[in-house]
Design a protein around this ligand. Structure first.
Ligand SMILES: [Zn+2]
Length: 297
């Protein structure tokens, strides 16, 4: 439903080469809303993977997610949260209209939302509203009653967003990766933020059929080149796409999965379909997600 990193493409205050030429109508490539994925096993009940700030418009753009029966209805049964990043949780505030659904997240992320930020209290104004399901930072659990989708999560990092200040949160609960398995045994991996690529992660990725992977930055110093200062991609928790230790090289040995980048930042040159970076990504066998892309496993 959405494929850009936080800020979207174009970003409201950005005049980088990509954003400028998109607005000028000379860009060869597409605008994108912030990353949002929805999954289903039966086309009737859907689960959201995180909740983007663009969620309301993304739901309206997706026929399968519209209400069907009665005055109040939604096929959205729940939301899986893999981090407390603003671009992964802000959409929850667009789901505050007294609709019952589940939110699956770690105890630390639940604490950030339910105890440390009172605005999310709007999700629990009445008893029949949001139910919170605590998940461990590693393990497998059903998203729907069997034989529905089964989700396996694993810890990917220990950094909380800058707005989180309170001590006592568990490091391993900060950032999760997820694989979701269908009743037929097909698997999708969902990882919009990957701070490091380990051997154990590579082994896990070789067991999936579809990989939705962090495509935030092309190079480690991308934002510094655009802004003149700031943090590197790795300091922000994203392995860059290019470079000797980048994603293209590190994931090149994977044979099984179809490989798709999502969570692409507006500054990333691979968004430009006339660029050598785009050609390099496609030649390496990767795709770049667009808003509205769907996959059938
Ligand atoms: Zn930009």
């Amino acid at each position: 439903m959405g494929s850009a990193a936080g800020g979207g493409f174009p970003q409201w205050n950005c005049n980088c080469r990509n954003c400028h030429s998109l607005r000028a109508g000379t860009f060869r490539g597409k605008a994108r809303t912030q990353t949002q994925v929805a999954i289903t096993h039966d086309q009737r009940s859907w689960f959201l993977l995180n909740a983007s700030p663009d969620l309301r418009l993304q739901i309206e753009a997706t026929l399968s997610l519209h209400p069907r029966n009665g005055r109040r209805d939604s096929p959205i049964r729940g939301v899986l949260l893999t981090s407390a990043d603003i671009d992964q949780i802000a959409g929850l505030l667009s789901l505050r209209e007294l609709q019952p659904f589940q939110v699956f997240c770690t105890a630390s992320i639940r604490r950030i939302l339910r105890e440390d930020n009172s605005v999310f209290g709007m999700l629990n104004r009445v008893p029949e509203q949001v139910s919170w399901v605590e998940i461990k930072p590693s393990g497998t659990f059903p998203l729907f009653p069997e034989p529905g989708l089964r989700c396996t999560v694993f810890s990917l990092g220990n950094r909380y967003p800058a707005y989180v200040t309170k001590p006592g949160l568990r490091n391993e609960e900060a950032l999760l990766g997820a694989t979701i398995e269908s009743p037929s045994g097909k698997r999708v991996a969902y990882m919009p933020a990957v701070p490091a690529i380990t051997d154990s992660l590579l082994q896990r990725l070789e067991t999936v059929d579809l990989l939705l992977f962090d495509g935030t930055f092309w190079s480690d110093d991308e934002l510094i080149q655009v802004q003149g200062s700031g943090a590197t991609a790795r300091e922000m928790g994203h392995v860059p796409v290019s470079g000797t230790d980048g994603i293209l090289r590190k994931l090149a040995p994977l044979r099984r999965p179809r490989k798709v980048f999502l969570h692409v930042n507006n500054t990333n040159p691979m968004l430009d379909e006339s660029s050598p970076e785009y050609a390099e990504v496609r030649a390496a066998g990767w795709e770049i997600a667009e808003d509205g892309t769907s996959f059938n496993l």
